[in-house]
Design a protein around this ligand. Structure first.
Ligand SMILES: NC(=O)c1ccc[n+]([C@@H]2O[C@H](COP(=O)([O-])OP(=O)(O)OC[C@H]3O[C@@H](n4cnc5c(N)ncnc54)[C@H](O)[C@@H]3O)[C@@H](O)[C@H]2O)c1
Length: 284
């Protein structure tokens, strides 16, 4: 099924990035946040982000204007009724996502594909909240969505081949590289990445090395573009704890057991870049 209009639910880091990616690649986007002011703020953020790309010569002005013209910001979930595919990117909380899927199922026509951008949670449980489990899958973008080339297409046991083909073609239409993966916590990337990130915090907590030396070591020693503590700040420490908890719930592997320091930092609202402070200070 060709996708012409995409609904994006959630106005956080990922919702904004996915909406921008989809709009730049020629599809209409209906952006939904619970508050209209937040939805409008996302459009303003997108305008700034695209202006930077124009300045850098990566996008021409006509394409920027066309992309902005394809975006509508709404607060009423009912406005998503005209979308061919809806992707949710709200907080990593299974209860919140399940409730949202039951609402989307009520609002959207039977042929609409419903997708989640979850990092770890069981997609099948969201699918079973709907009357169309065969039309539900994961479409997992990476952060920042306009830049990162990978998309994991997550296949719950309930999904049809057609749904997976639709999700894969959306990723391709966004010039991403899709990989198809089973609906198992963490899929490919986070199942491998999060023990590493968690153990980096353990090294810091145990005083084995300083923050800067841990990040410098992994950049210089492994050729990674950023160190693990800077990456946790980019992902968001709250989201990271939710991801680790979901991985631990599924596998009971101690490498996935959230290191106490990480949980304490979330309790102190040190969420990383989005709150201005995490392992690093972004107020400066
Ligand atoms: N941060 C990353 O690097 C990353 C990468 C890939 C996927 N994801 C996934 O994307 C999703 C969103 O993550 P994010 O990093 O954008 O988070 P975020 O904290 O930046 O944004 C979360 C959004 O959820 C909304 N929200 C919170 N409670 C809600 C509720 N009860 N009902 C509806 N909306 C609610 C918030 O208003 C906000 O818009 C999560 O499922 C996460 O696992 C995150």
């Amino acid at each position: 099924m060709p996708i012409k209009r995409v609904g994006v639910v959630g106005s956080g880091i990922m919702g904004a990035g996915i909406a921008e990616t989809v709009a730049v690649h020629g599809m209409e986007v209906v952006l939904r946040s619970r508050a209209q002011t937040t939805a409008d703020g996302m459009v303003a953020g997108m305008e700034k982000s695209l202006a930077r790309q124009v300045e850098k010569g990566k996008l021409d002005e006509a394409d920027r204007d066309a992309a902005m013209g394809r975006v509508t910001a709404v607060s009423d979930l009912g406005e998503l009724a005209g979308c061919d595919l809806v992707i949710e990117s709200v907080v990593e909380d299974l209860g919140v996502k399940k409730h949202l899927f039951s609402e989307l199922d009520r609002i959207c026509p039977d042929e609409t594909v419903l997708a989640t951008n979850t990092s770890t949670l069981p997609v099948v449980e969201m699918a079973m909240e709907t009357g169309r489990p065969e039309k539900v899958c994961g479409i997992h973008f990476f952060n920042p969505a306009p830049v990162m080339s990978l998309v994991e297409v997550v296949r719950p046991i309930t999904a049809s081949d057609e749904t997976i083909a639709t999700a894969t073609s959306l990723a391709e239409a966004c010039e991403k590289t899709p990989v198809v993966v089973k609906d198992q916590a963490g899929f490919i990337v986070n199942a491998l990445l999060f023990p590493y990130l968690n153990n980096a915090v353990r090294l810091l907590e145990n005083g084995v090395a300083s923050r800067d030396d841990i990040d410098t070591a992994m950049k210089g020693g492994c050729g990674f573009p950023m160190g693990p503590l800077a990456l946790l700040d980019l992902v968001g420490l709250d989201t990271s704890v939710a991801i680790l908890d979901a991985l631990y719930d599924e596998f009971r592997d101690p490498n996935y057991a959230t290191v106490p320091l990480l949980r304490r930092m979330v309790a102190a609202e040190l969420f990383g870049r989005k709150s201005g402070k995490g392992f690093y200070d972004y107020h400066r």
